[in-house]
Design a protein around this ligand. Sequence first.
Ligand SMILES: [Zn+2]
Length: 300
Amino acid sequence: MPELPEVEVVRRGLEAHVIGRRIVQVEVRHPRPVRRHLAGADDFAALLTDRLLVGARRRGKYLWMPLDSGDAVLAHLGRSGQLLVQPARAPDERHLRVRFSLGHAAGPGPTGLELRFVDQRMFGGLSVSPGGAELPPEIAHIARDPMDPLFDDDLFVRRTRRRASGIKRILLDQTVVSGVGNIYADEALWRAQLHGDRLGTRLRPTELRRVLAAAREVMAAALREGGTSFDALYVNVNGESGYFDRSLHVYGREGRPCDRCGTAIRRVAFMNRSSYFCPRCQPPPRVRRASATGSGTVPV
Ligand SMILES: [Zn+2]
């Protein structure tokens, strides 16, 4: 699944290549990717045809392209989605779902450039957000991500310290902070030397600022690695950045020595997935009996 840095790579590619272009024609080749556009594929195409693309923006893993109409094209890549800018002469991709033929801002007529939504598994999709140019209401509840220049660190600290849940769970809560997926959460917590089960209410502001700084480092590193194709016409997200192979300290490294202290990395089940951590650098919270009868335990 594309994580935030990969989505940001796509946003930058769109910004470089489609802003100022006019949508000349829209071809919906499969209904599923536009299923969230309830008025249907024909309405989707009609609303976008002859509109000017004026931006490429992102909130968490959602992308949107504001239009000169004040509406926006809202996109989510899901698990396997790609937004590709291709010459029209390029052969269709096997899983090409939606094709936008692009022209110049000044007048009609295709210029041989296409924006293509390609998605094998089709968990992702596109919709038109009415009046969504500034911020689509559909995603207004999603918090900014740590790489967003307007992310509010103090607000994050305040909100996290009100929550009696584990810091990893909080990092994955899109209403508190967006764009931190399972892998980045584990990597950030390793860098910050905090166990994911430490409760928000029990963390000091300095520790939470350390987590934020660590998340930014991890994301920036991934962005550098994934960013080599920014200037290529072909804008690609395949969900597996090379960063994952080379720079991970804990994720997927069960049993291997911690890069900091040499202790074997541990893996535990977490929300149908896994959490990886160093038991020495990231000691789990101490657990005490909640009552004399031992009916439960409470992390402290
Ligand atoms: Zn360690």
